[in-house]
Design a protein around this ligand. Structure first.
Ligand code: HEC
Length: 402
């Protein structure tokens, strides 16, 4: 019953998480697009009002004319919309999902004893420390170098090194699947923390000054706008890396690869480069930025190189009988699956301890152990290629029980 309810919690939280993430990243993409497409107004009344940039767009049957004020307009005429619940709800639902999936079942999902043998408590606390530590490191790097000369390049360079190190460390400590997710969650936590600790408080300060009725020093307030913009731009570079880290969870061949941390790191770096292409492309259309295509080319080349590097070694052809006797499959499954899918433990409600049960789940068994290779979990039972091939041949020859 508990496992059944956890499955529902997992599904519903995942649904919520994907929806909120779409809303958050969608608005992040939109505002980066908007900022990069604003043009300086020429009309005196707009300039007098303090408008720094404007654009025209048509969407869904209507025309839109957003205008950006620097630092702030003299007056806000109607309800002011804030953008933070997209971010907070993404983090909250993501953290809840991480808890339900990885922390509740730390012994199965967080820990892979062949990677690092430690207690669930230690693994849970360390995984939480990853989330916190990354934020402190990233925030310190931004505070120290953010507004220095070439600050953006220094921040980017240092963060690449930190993320590479964190990927390596996570893959040394946790089951591959958990490690990949944790690195994504760690970066995503910094994204939400940017919103919570800097972007929104900065905006609140500016709004409070404007609405106080007292004269205020616009130059002194400008730092809030600049810092908010900086963190918001960092967030946009984090989006593609975070999404690939989260999606990688469904692809066993990525996180079970021999040098899995390199795989994760290259995927994320390619994502950041491809995001840079999109950001720069907006400005390029207006002649304000250099040709962005080298970034896309570099990102794609890294992906192609990764695909080539990871290609599986050809398996020496082994003679398999045309029709595999179920007894052989039962033997493999008893050795490699039944400890988690037997009378005592039935992971995901799947029991595989009789030929009939095997036949009932034949499709899923084939998918999990031959196609996606997610099973055995983390290959904790050391199934061989030959044994996988045997299961495959049994399924493809009709999955007969006798
Ligand atoms: C160390 C424990 C463990 C071993 C060994 C193991 N499994 Fe699993 N299995 C699990 C867990 C945990 C889940 C639930 C996975 C999830 O929810 O992502 C699962 C899920 C499954 C599912 C259902 C997948 C789904 O999403 O519906 C199938 C089918 C399956 N395993 C088949 C196998 C086969 C076949 C083997 C042996 C070749 C095997 N398992 C070995 C732990 C294990």
């Amino acid at each position: 019953m508990e496992a059944y309810l956890l499955d529902w919690a997992n599904l519903l939280l995942r649904w919520l998480h994907v929806i909120t993430a779409i809303a958050w990243i969608g608005s992040s993409f939109y505002f980066v697009f908007l900022d990069n497409n604003l043009l300086k107004p020429t009309s005196p009344d707009l300039l007098d009002k303090g408008v720094d940039g404007a654009m025209w767009a048509v969407h869904g049957g209507g025309f839109y004319n957003p205008q950006k004020y620097m630092v702030a307009p003299q007056k806000i005429h109607s309800k002011l919309h804030w953008f933070y619940w997209e971010s907070y709800s993404t983090w909250l639902s993501g953290f809840a999902l991480f808890t339900v999936l990885y922390l509740f079942n730390a012994g199965t999902f967080l820990i892979d004893k062949t990677v690092f043998d430690w207690s669930p408590t230690a693994a849970i606390l360390t995984s939480l420390a990853f989330l916190v530590a990354f934020w402190f490191v990233y925030d310190a790097v931004c505070r120290v170098f953010g507004f220095k000369k070439n600050g953006e390049a220094i921040v980017a360079g240092l963060m690449i090194v930190v993320v590479a190190f964190a990927s390596w460390l996570a893959c040394e400590l946790f089951a591959g699947r958990a490690a990949f997710l944790l690195v994504g969650a760690m970066i995503a936590t910094a994204m939400s923390a940017n919103v919570f600790f800097w972007i929104i408080p900065g905006q609140k300060t500016v709004v409070a000054a404007m609405t106080s009725g007292q004269p205020y020093d616009a130059d002194a307030l400008a730092i809030h706008g600049k810092r908010g913009k900086q963190r918001s731009v960092h967030n946009t570079y984090f989006t593609l890396p975070v999404i690939i880290a989260m999606l990688s969870n469904h692809y066993g061949f990525l996180y079970t690869a021999e040098h899995n941390w390199v795989v994760l790191f290259v995927l994320m770096l390619a994502g950041a480069l491809i995001r840079q292409f999109f950001v720069q492309r907006h400005g390029w259309h207006h002649g304000r930025a250099k040709n962005p295509w080298p970034f896309a080319a570099l990102g794609l080349m890294m992906l192609v190189a990764l695909i080539a590097w990871m290609r599986p070694a050809p398996i020496a052809p082994v003679a398999l009988p045309a029709v595999v006797d179920v007894a052989q499959v039962v033997q493999v499954v008893e050795q490699h699956c039944v400890m988690c899918h037997g009378a005592a433990v039935q992971s995901k409600g799947v029991r595989l301890d009789s030929p009939q049960a095997l036949q009932q789940h034949a499709q899923a068994v084939y998918q999990q152990s031959v196609v996606t290779r997610q099973m055995p979990m983390n290959n904790s039972t050391g199934i061989t290629e030959q044994e996988r091939a045997l299961i495959g041949q049994w399924f493809n020859s009709g999955a007969a029980v006798r």
